[in-house]
Design a protein around this ligand. Structure first.
Ligand code: ZN
Length: 181
């Protein structure tokens, strides 16, 4: 089922999402939600979608990074759901990159992020997993996990001059990917 996306201004995007319990993880309802979250991310052309963006205040994100998005060597990441994710960030948040968000439709801005990070999460069946993240994939997870804490990418920008509509960026800016998360 394709889920509607909450736009900035809806309170759910500013809430701290609740952890998913073991009991909830085992429910058929939760598994159906995981399917819907992935399906909705793909339908809306996102590289990520966090549960609060579909009006569910739970610590769940879907991520899908096609190969070659960061650079040609980059293998990408199959679409999957990450439950109760925690991120460990390395170095400084100083790598600037363009971001967009399905909840701030068509807006783009330059956001400083950590280049490297480590993710610990449960998969959709509750199995613990760990991922080393770098570059664009690390950026996507930082963006998605922010949604679980009521933070959106514009909050992370330190220079608002780059905030623009994607069509204008295409007209006047450098060539950039058109991805939202
Ligand atoms: Zn977003």
């Amino acid at each position: 089922m394709i889920l509607h996306v909450a736009n900035l201004g809806h309170p759910v995007l500013r809430q701290t999402a609740a952890s998913v319990s073991d009991e909830e993880l085992k429910s058929a309802r939760f598994q159906a939600f995981c399917d819907d979250l992935i399906e909705s991310m793909r339908f809306h052309d996102g590289v990520g979608l966090a549960a609060p963006q579909v009006f569910v205040s739970s610590r769940v994100v879907a991520v899908w990074v096609p190969s070659g998005m960061d650079d040609e060597k980059d293998a990408g990441l199959e679409s999957a759901v990450y439950v109760n994710p925690e991120i460990e960030l390395f170095g400084e948040a100083e790598e600037l990159g363009w971001e967009g968000c399905l909840s701030l439709k068509d807006l783009r801005g330059l956001v400083p992020r950590h280049q490297k990070a480590r993710l610990r999460a449960l998969d959709r069946h509750g199995k613990p997993m760990e991922l080393e993240l770098e570059g664009f994939v690390a950026r996507v997870f930082q963006h998605e996990l922010d949604h679980l804490n009521g933070v959106v990418f514009v909050d992370r920008m330190d220079d608002m001059d780059s905030l623009c509509f994607s069509a204008e960026l295409e007209r006047h800016g450098e060539e950039e990917d058109d991805d939202e998360a």
